[in-house]
Design a protein around this ligand. Structure first.
Ligand code: IPD
Ligand code: CA
Ligand code: CA
Ligand code: CA
Length: 268
């Protein structure tokens, strides 16, 4: 394992310990509201601290972008860690056992390493660019589906951007007509990791942030998936509007979604 991926794994496991310990006594967890339907608990903050400490101990000059503390610019701007300490905060707060830690390392603008760790199931998804993706050491591959028939597609609802409801539901309807069924798990990072593992045939969501998808991006690609925006391009890195699936399923998803795109989504 690459030494930098190794540190990402150590950081994810440290945060996982903080999260699973707190999960045993959710009544004692303090939670604040950040915005519409948007929450942060003290556990998000503690997990983030544990991750940043672990990384900076080994790489004190690296830069860090983390959901709850923003950008910490180090001397070394070429190495940037992108961290979601707890992806699936709403699940966590509600006692739904489906959430994870997501850590990626971007070097000179390219995601090189990624870890998505589910502390409840002790499932560690990881990848380094060009070296394949693993779940607890076993090689991952996407499904081999050739079209949408019988597929399970995961999605996230635009609960923080309800002005997208109508457009979103039009897209949902078009895909739902063609696929087998849909899932809404509440953790985008796990949704991407599950595409890599062949548990989901595809995933799509609007308005994600870099820390939601950075680690899942390299893990899914290394398992044979493609990620694109709704036009088939790479603008998702900025807009957070993304689709992830094997190339054939992605093409089928795009052709069903395309007729429902609005100006504001195309320009996002
Ligand atoms: C959220 C989860 C959720 C997705 C949201 C994200 P958070 O991340 O990934 O599945 O629908 O868009 O913001 O806030 O729980 O880290
Ligand atoms: Ca959040
Ligand atoms: Ca997240
Ligand atoms: Ca989070």
């Amino acid at each position: 394992m690459h030494p930098m991926l190794n540190i990402a794994v150590r950081a994810a496991r440290n945060a996982g310990k903080v999260i699973s310990r707190a999960y045993e006594n959710l009544d004692g967890v303090d939670t604040q509201t950040k915005g519409l339907n948007d929450y942060v608990s003290e556990v998000d903050l503690l997990a983030e601290k544990a991750i940043i400490e672990t990384i900076l101990k080994s790489f004190p000059d690296h830069s860090i972008v983390a959901e709850e503390s923003g950008l910490t610019q180090g001397k070394d701007a070429d190495h940037q860690w992108i961290i979601d300490p707890l992806d699936g905060t709403t699940n966590f707060i509600k006692g739904i056992p489906h959430f994870c830690v997501s850590i990626a390392l971007q070097i000179k603008g390219k995601i090189e390493h990624g870890v998505v760790y589910d502390p409840i199931r002790n499932e560690l998804f990881s990848a380094s660019r060009g070296k394949g993706a693993q779940l607890n050491g076993y090689r991952l591959r996407t499904t081999k589906a050739k079209d949408l028939q019988g597929t399970i597609l995961a999605t996230g609802f635009p609960f923080k951007a309800k002005h997208y409801t109508e457009t979103y539901l039009n897209m949902f309807g078009a895909l739902f007509q063609e696929c087998g069924d849909m899932r809404r798990s509440g953790s985008a990072a796990l949704d991407l990791a599950y595409v890599a593992a062949g548990r989901h045939d595809g995933f799509w969501e609007l308005g994600l942030k870099p820390w939601d998808f950075a680690a899942g991006d390299v893990i899914a690609r290394e398992a044979g998936a493609i990620i694109s925006d709704f036009n088939g391009g790479l603008n998702y890195e900025r807009s957070g509007n993304l689709i992830c699936a094997n190339p054939k399923v992605l093409k089928a998803m795009l052709s069903n979604i395309r007729p429902h795109l609005t100006e504001s989504i195309i320009k996002a």
